[in-house]
Write a protein that binds this ligand. Sequence first.
Ligand SMILES: [Zn+2]
Length: 69
Amino acid sequence: MAKWYHYLFTIAAAIIMSIFDALKAFGSTSVKVTCPECGYVTQQPALKVRKNITLVCPKCGHYFLPKDK
Ligand SMILES: [Zn+2]
């Protein structure tokens, strides 16, 4: 196999990874979380959700973890 093919693949992979990183950075601003009690959807910081920090529903005051479904 030609070496340029491998070289091209490496560059393409690097570009794709950087796009993923950019998307991750963009997505880290806020995410939609649905309250398991009343179904109210709120925007929550993605960092909180990722670390599974207890959230409070602004509508019904229910405490819940983002990963509770
Ligand atoms: Zn609620």
